[in-house]
Design a protein around this ligand. Structure first.
Ligand SMILES: *[C@@H]1O[C@H](CO)[C@@H](O)[C@H](O)[C@H]1NC(C)=O
Length: 149
């Protein structure tokens, strides 16, 4: 009896750790000296500049620097779109200036804790880096977003 109980406990603990094992952090580096970084998912603000950590996948989140001119979903501002997830199609992040978004401040992103060095910077209104998703297939990858590069 004791044996089967502890076996069940170990199996359960393994299951729980598999479920809660996934984690991702989004970190902001705002070098503009003004504005408030925003991380938004489905119309809900997840961060206003502080590190945001999620225990599980972060699907279809957006980020921008709220300068006072941006809508909740980053309208009128340089937009970063990201999905951070283990497995499946993996993580993907890109920069968009497509209407209703438009260039506001130089913005860049880079993965860390996996795929280090992979990322993109949007430095002007031309921003040839936009619409080029940067994938990452590493598990538990994190994202650093910088404004005013
Ligand atoms: C975007 O900018 C235009 C022109 O300034 C303004 O009319 C509009 O309300 C802005 N959109 C949002 C969502 O702030």
């Amino acid at each position: 009896m004791q044996f089967s109980l502890s076996t069940a406990f170990v199996a359960l603990a393994g299951l729980v750790s598999a479920v809660v094992g996934e984690t991702h952090t989004v970190h902001f580096d705002n070098r503009c000296g003004h504005g408030t970084p925003k991380l938004v998912q489905g119309g809900k603000v997840l961060s206003s500049g502080e590190d945001f950590t999620i225990h599980g996948p972060l699907v279809s989140a957006i980020a921008y620097l709220q300068t006072g001119d941006c809508g909740l979903n980053g309208e009128n501002c340089t937009l970063i779109q990201t999905t951070l997830q283990n497995g499946g199609s993996g993580s993907d992040t890109d920069i968009s200036l497509v209407s209703p978004h438009k260039f506001s401040v130089t913005s860049g992103f880079g993965y860390y804790g996996g795929c280090d060095g992979a990322g993109a910077d949007c430095k002007d209104q031309e921003c040839p880096e936009q619409y080029h998703p940067v994938p990452c297939s590493a598990d538990n990858v994190n994202l650093a977003i910088t404004f005013c590069l």
